[in-house]
Design a binder for this molecule. Structure first.
Ligand SMILES: *[C@@H]1O[C@H](CO)[C@@H](O)[C@H](O)[C@H]1NC(C)=O
Ligand SMILES: *[C@@H]1O[C@H](CO)[C@@H](O)[C@H](O)[C@H]1NC(C)=O
Length: 524
């Protein structure tokens, strides 16, 4: 869908009033105006901007746009994956994906051989320069930024980026940051939430908990690189974007990033790191994006119903495709699947193989949520993206992780530590080991039982993640921000936080007293 921002007016009640005015007498108009004022206190104009061109990043927040619009707010989103549901009449989606011509899959695959740090660095360089730059340059987005008559009461921005937070100054309204994953320590620090590189390792390290000395050193150093080098690198690019697309009288990206009212993270305290969070961080995890999925297509439903021995679902997610594996790996995978007494659904281009046995079904796309909920499923072999892991968890399906890049290594390590499955190194797939691993996860009930126990714990909350997100969004609208919740850490110099002045003062006093005592003793 390609909607010009002008169409936003259709939903704005303000523009309707002059039209009504022509047709009714003045008293009636005053009355109508009063109704408008009353109703406008409870409904707001919300602008959402999620720049990352990845289905999993976008789908995590589809329920939020849906709910807010159903509650009568006028919601406009800039997105690469619109919901495209004509029933959501209060939701206007501007598809920004025509603004860039990039083979996103190829980009991800080129990043695979790099080290985690340069992997993230290159990724951000591409995302900021080529993707975000192109989006801000795109006609409908430019019009939205420059249209002086447009008004919004709240801006919600994907917190991987800070340049779009310039919209808060442009529209003079508060902002909320959202993430489809957990935040980096550097980002938590930016809003004054406590961080610690050993207790809460950065997910670019893929370290989970109970670290050895060597791992603690690695975690500390990676944290420094993440918090100082990577974030500085990104913020420099973003400052240039702000100057270019918004103007020179705008705050820096760092100031904008630490000035958000709230941060929504897609985590929960059971599957994710247990950590202290300031009240401005709202955990909306526990599978908020999971919908009551549509029924399976008839043909697939028949195959799965008939798979009385059970079936395995194998997908590397939306960013990386199975085709990128070397052909020897692909052959090993196929010949192992052939020997199993299970049906195997494999998300891959069906033309990859010329000869496929009956129990293996290939397709470019599968309705993942519905498949994971099918009673005959035995195992999910996944790259370990957070959304996929969430969907498996809440369907109580054990996993074998085959992580490839970004946070996948960390997510898979975490699930293996928790006892919800096993992992395999995709660079070293060997038939015997692959088969044993598959049979172990399927036949040993402990993996599925642990998954179910943890999922039930994670879901046992007073309200769901999405209800929390809606409530807190309206809280920010009601109070025009959440300045009163701002962390005191943000206004404290670092030497005070690390107690350097306190330790210094105490040391001074101790030494002074000791010196005096020594003097006294030596005199007497
Ligand atoms: C749209 O918003 C209005 C209030 O502004 C609300 O009454 C209506 O139910 C909403 N409709 C949909 C389909 O979301
Ligand atoms: C921070 O936000 C407040 C309102 O929430 C606003 O008044 C102030 O100008 C913002 N500061 C910066 C640097 O953006």
């Amino acid at each position: 869908m390609n909607v010009s921002p002008k169409s936003i007016y259709i939903q704005s009640q303000i523009s309707v009033i002059p039209v009504i005015q022509k047709h009714i007498n003045k008293n009636m108009f005053v009355f109508l105006n009063l109704i408008f004022i009353i109703s406008s206190a409870s409904t707001a104009r919300i602008l959402g901007y999620l720049p990352t061109p990845s289905y999993s990043h976008q789908v995590a927040y589809h329920p939020l746009w849906r709910e807010l619009s159903l509650r009568g707010h006028s919601v406009t989103t800039l997105t690469t994956h619109p919901i495209n549901d004509p029933r959501l009449t209060n939701l206007t989606e501007i598809d920004v994906s025509p603004s860039y011509q990039l083979n996103i899959t190829l980009i991800h695959m080129n990043l695979v051989p790099l080290s985690p740090v340069s992997n993230f660095r290159t990724y951000f360089e591409l995302m900021m320069g080529d993707v975000l730059g192109a989006q801000l340059e795109y006609g409908p987005v430019k019009d939205l930024i420059n249209d002086k008559s447009l008004k919004f009461d709240l801006v919600i921005v994907e917190y991987f980026f800070s340049a779009p937070l310039a919209l808060t100054k442009r529209f003079d309204c508060p902002s909320i940051g959202v993430l489809s994953l957990d935040a980096w320590n550097g980002w938590y620090k930016m809003i004054g939430s406590p961080t610690h590189s050993i207790l809460y390792p950065e997910y670019i390290t893929s370290l989970v908990d109970r670290l050895s000395l060597l791992e603690r050193v690695e975690s500390f150093i990676t944290s420094l690189i993440g918090e100082y080098y990577l974030i500085d690198f990104v913020k420099d690019i973003e400052d240039k974007l702000i100057q270019k697309h918004f103007g020179t009288n705008y705050p820096s990206s760092r100031e904008l990033a630490s000035n958000i009212s709230l941060l929504f993270v897609n985590t929960d305290p059971i599957f994710h790191t247990l950590r202290p969070l300031v009240p401005t961080v709202i955990q909306i995890g526990a599978g908020s994006h999971i919908t009551s999925s549509k029924p399976l297509p008839q043909e697939l439903a028949m195959i799965l119903d008939k798979a009385s021995n059970g079936f395995i679902y194998f997908s590397l997610g939306s960013n990386v495709k199975s085709e990128f594996f070397p052909s020897a790996t692909l052959e090993t995978l196929l010949s192992t699947f052939t020997q199993l007494p299970y049906t195997v659904l494999w998300k891959i281009n069906p033309d990859t193989f010329s000869n496929v046995p009956d129990n293996v079904i290939l397709s470019e796309w599968f309705p993942q949520q519905a498949i994971l909920k099918h009673p005959n499923i035995k195992l999910f072999i996944t790259q370990g993206g957070l959304q996929s892991i969430d969907e498996a968890s809440y369907a109580h399906v054990p996993i074998i992780g085959m992580p490839i890049l970004y946070d996948q290594l960390y997510n898979v390590n975490k699930m293996v530590r928790r006892g919800c499955g096993l992992s395999l190194d995709y660079r070293d797939i060997e038939e015997g080991h692959l088969k044993r691993t598959i049979l172990e996860v399927i036949n040993n009930p402990k993996y599925r039982n642990t998954m179910k126990r943890l999922a039930d714990l994670a879901r046992d909350q007073p309200i769901s993640g999405i209800e929390k997100a809606v409530w807190w969004t309206e809280y920010v609208i009601r109070h025009k921000g959440a300045r009163h919740l701002r962390s005191p850490l943000l206004d404290m110099p670092w030497y005070q936080y690390f107690l350097l002045d306190v330790i210094g003062s105490i040391t001074l006093v101790v030494f002074a007293v000791a010196y005096l005592l020594v003097k006294l003793v030596s005199k007497s």
